[in-house]
Design a protein around this ligand. Structure first.
Ligand SMILES: Nc1ncnc2c1ncn2[C@@H]1O[C@H](COP(=O)(O)OP(=O)(O)OP(=O)(O)O)[C@@H](O)[C@H]1O
Ligand SMILES: [Mg+2]
Length: 361
């Protein structure tokens, strides 16, 4: 079992991990997904102690491996890392690549290391390549050798950092199928990947990383089918987001219009949807929500999915309940209602932004 407790990692001013907390159970197969730069690689490199966390604890089988004086080689023996770029030794052939660490680190005899190596090469479908050198192999084959080499060390935990992203697309499948077969073993696996279909198919759990930590942790069905939090939903559905803060009745209307134009141009929003967004924005910010803006700012968010060609505009604001249907500006409200695909209002006294209007364009 691995426990991550208030893990923080800084590089000067950059703080990719601000507060990571999780319990990883034996046998968990976890996909780690999230936008670029959110610390996915940093996290697994910290777990493998290739990077030392700035603060916090990583408890592996009851021991804090970040503690001063802890012998990290002990933790590394329980873990194996598979890198995007394979990291095979070019001067050794395939079987030697797999045998070396078994002999040097585990103290296995040559024949034992050889037997294990052949067995594992069989498992990854490369037994006939044992005498070849890495530069005689395709990318997919190199990665399968790298996986066999990691398995040869009998790790309890295997960490994968984008194992297929350096591969020609035709070779992605063979490596994914080797990884998929490993899920039948009792190994704990953490797989950083941008291949969401693969992540969904192989894992028992998903970490969506964002904002310095594990922003959402759930089953594949939850994360991919019914994400609970905004950023997860936007990532999974590949939504393009524009946020416009309307900070009072005299906000910069022209500036907001220019931002909407730029956003639509950038994200291939159809002219019909652009018209809908502009109308919704104008009716909300200039008419319907005028009384609200006198007291509190309003955040208007546009989310567009190019894949599904759908667009949604949301207005959220704090303060007292203010239902647009009861707005004094009936005319604007009915214009909006007749033009858009759907309009709903929701009030949640507990939420910071207690009022939310959702408009389907
Ligand atoms: N050695 C380093 N020195 C300085 N900054 C670093 C270092 N390694 C990572 N970072 C920064 O930390 C942040 C997180 O990087 P990381 O590589 O963990 O992201 P990632 O989620 O794996 O991204 P990607 O999906 O692009 O691989 C980035 O802003 C990166 O620039
Ligand atoms: Mg990375």
């Amino acid at each position: 079992m691995i426990e991550l407790v208030h893990l923080e990692k800084r590089y000067g001013n950059a703080v990719p991990l601000t507060d990571v907390n999780a319990v990883i159970n034996d046998g968990d197969v976890i996909s780690i997904i999230g936008p670029s730069g959110t610390g996915k690689s940093t996290l697994i490199r910290c777990i493998d102690m290739l990077e030392r966390p700035t603060s916090g604890e990583i408890i592996l089988d009851g021991e804090n491996i970040c503690a001063r004086g802890y012998d990290v080689t002990k933790a590394r023996r329980k873990m194996g890392m598979v890198f995007q770029s394979f990291n095979l030794f070019g001067h050794l052939n395939v079987i030697e690549n797999i045998m070396q660490a078994q002999i040097d680190i585990l103290g296995r005899s040559k024949s034992e290391a050889y037997e294990t190596g052949v067995e594992l090469l069989r498992r990854v479908g490369l037994v006939n390549k044992q005498d070849n050198y890495p530069d005689e192999l395709s990318g997919g084959q190199k990665q399968r050798v790298a996986i066999a080499r990691t398995l040869a060390m009998d790790p309890e935990v295997i960490l994968f950092d984008e194992p297929t992203s350096a591969l020609d697309p035709t070779m992605v499948g063979e490596v994914q199928s080797v990884i998929r077969n490993l899920t039948d073993t009792d190994k704990t696996m953490l797989i950083v990947t941008h291949e969401l279909n693969f992540a969904r198919a192989v894992c028992s759990r998903v970490f969506y990383m964002d904002q310095g930590g594990i922003y959402e942790d759930g089953t594949p069905d939850q994360i991919f089918g019914n994400p609970q939090r905004d950023r997860t939903r936007r990532f999974i559905r590949q939504l393009r987001v524009l946020e416009l803060k309307v900070d009072g009745p005299d906000f910069d209307f022209m500036g907001a219009g220019t931002e909407i134009d730029g956003y639509c141009l950038h994200n291939n929003v159809s002219s019909r949807a652009k018209y809908g967004i502009k109308l919704a924005f104008e009716e909300l910010a200039c008419n319907i929500l005028k009384p609200v803006l006198a007291c509190t700012p309003v955040l208007i968010t546009v989310e567009h999915s190019e894949k599904h060609d759908s667009t949604e505009v949301t207005a959220t604001y704090g303060g007292e309940r203010f239902d647009p249907a009861q707005s004094e500006d009936d005319f604007s409200y009915s214009v909006l209602q007749s033009v858009v695909g759907g309009l709903s209002y929701h009030y949640d006294a507990e939420a910071e932004q207690s009022n939310a209007i959702r408009i389907l364009i």
